[in-house]
Design a protein around this ligand. Structure first.
Ligand code: PLP
Length: 392
């Protein structure tokens, strides 16, 4: 391939763009992971990462992608044969369900249409039927990255409480952490699963479990046979500022920088920025006359926008045109919506011009790919963003 001038536009919903500050932080000599400097780094990270999850309890940092943290959440708290209640919201709820099945768990999968989030009323009804409390965990994906749907975790908690069901609540925040407001403690979540490569603006490779006392107790007295994913080994080593194995030292430098950047901007400002960009992107979609994959405005994701192309058109052809002509990567449609949906990521290190630049690429690409649409999407987003600046 010949040299492409200018910066590649990485507008997939993760991995997201890694800011220069984080790249610089990672680009330092690796140190002794049992020495005093590292121990002080780890202790600071374990203290401060809790603020990102809004928890006072413990967070473990896993060397592994988000899938590893999904697995860790399940193997530490459940045993083969346990029933788990999961809700279909898109490809990521489906992949988590598949993983649970492979571990020998028995998922009750509440069917969804990939256009609505987790339905708390259906979760409540399923739990109400389970008089013997055979269901041991409820698993929900907060922000399904395949469909651009954000489920209401508070309502799921309320549904569990309404029927007094003791199941653990496990939530995937891989594409919402650091982008969409999330409160592990206040929402009564037992295990929150996070990842490094989205709102935290890091490369892929780290993931997290935030763990309630109830989930920790479940792991101490049970869980599956496990080794690498074991929380108890990890927590014991973390007490002294180390890990039970060689940690990803340089990624941890990056994590330090990422937490500092999020705190410098202020988490509330970070969330407000994502709200603004989500709304601007949706205004562009409306002006183009295209359809959002998510049908419920209360569940629109502010981390990404998943857009349907009109019947008979190819979303992949659009993505190809955009990549070849403008050097921009858009997210593909996954699973059931392959080639029907394309996704614009607007999470992580992002500003108004990154968004309008990305929308320009999409609007030009729609024309080049021959996808029926109206022009004016970029203008609609610009008007909204400028008006927001004026009013702030
Ligand atoms: N859950 C969600 C919501 C995701 O977006 C992803 C990846 O994009 C995963 C889980 C799986 O994480 P990973 O690909 O880092 O293993």
């Amino acid at each position: 391939m010949s040299y492409q001038s200018g910066r590649h536009f990485l507008q997939i919903p993760g991995p997201t763009n890694v800011p220069d500050r984080i790249l610089r932080a990672i680009d330092r000599p690796t140190i002794d992971h049992r020495g005093p400097e590292f121990i002080s780094l780890t202790k600071g990270l374990l203290r401060d990462i809790r603020g990102i999850f809004k928890t006072e309890s413990r967070v473990v940092i896993i060397t592994g992608s988000g899938t590893g943290a999904w697995e860790a959440a399940l193997v530490n708290t459940l045993v083969a044969g346990d029933r788990v209640l999961m809700h279909e919201t898109g490809q990521f709820s489906t992949l988590w369900r598949n993983l649970a099945e492979r571990l020998g768990l028995s998922p009750d999968y509440i069917e969804g249409d990939w256009r609505h989030g987790a339905d708390a009323a259906r979760i409540e009804a399923a739990l109400a039927e389970d008089k013997a409390h055979a269901i041991k965990a409820v698993c929900v994906v907060h922000n399904d990255t395949a469909t651009g749907i954000t489920s209401n975790v508070q309502n799921v908690r309320k549904a569990m409480d309404a029927v007094g069901h003791p199941a653990l609540l496990l939530v995937d925040t891989i594409s919402s952490l650091g982008s969409i407001d999330y409160k592990h403690d206040e929402w009564g979540v037992d295990v929150t699963v996070g990842g490094s490569q989205k709102g935290l603006m890091l490369p892929p490779g780290l993931s997290f479990n935030a763990i309630s006392d109830k989930a920790l107790a479940a792991s101490e007295s049970g869980g599956m046979t496990r080794s690498y994913w074991d929380w108890n080994d990890m927590i014991a080593a973390n007490e002294g500022g180390s890990f039970p194995f060689t940690p990803a030292t340089n990624m941890l430098y990056g994590l330090r920088e990422a937490i500092d950047m999020l705190n410098e901007e202020g988490l509330d400002n970070v969330f407000a920025r994502h709200v603004r960009h989500g709304e601007a992107a949706r205004r562009a979609v409306t002006a183009w006359g295209l359809e959002l994959q998510c049908l419920n405005p209360d569940e629109f994701s502010n981390a990404l926008t998943a857009i349907r192309v009109p019947e008979g058109n190819s979303a992949d052809a659009l993505r190809k045109a955009v990549l070849e002509n403008f050097d921009m990567s858009l997210g593909s449609g996954l699973g059931k919506v392959a080639d029907k949906v394309f996704r614009i990521g607007h999470l992580g290190d992002f500003n108004d011009l990154t968004l309008t630049g990305a929308l320009c690429g999409v609007e030009m690409g729609l024309g080049l790919a021959g996808i029926p649409h109206s022009t004016g999407g970029v203008a609609a987003a610009m008007d909204y963003l400028a008006a927001k600046r004026q009013s702030s």
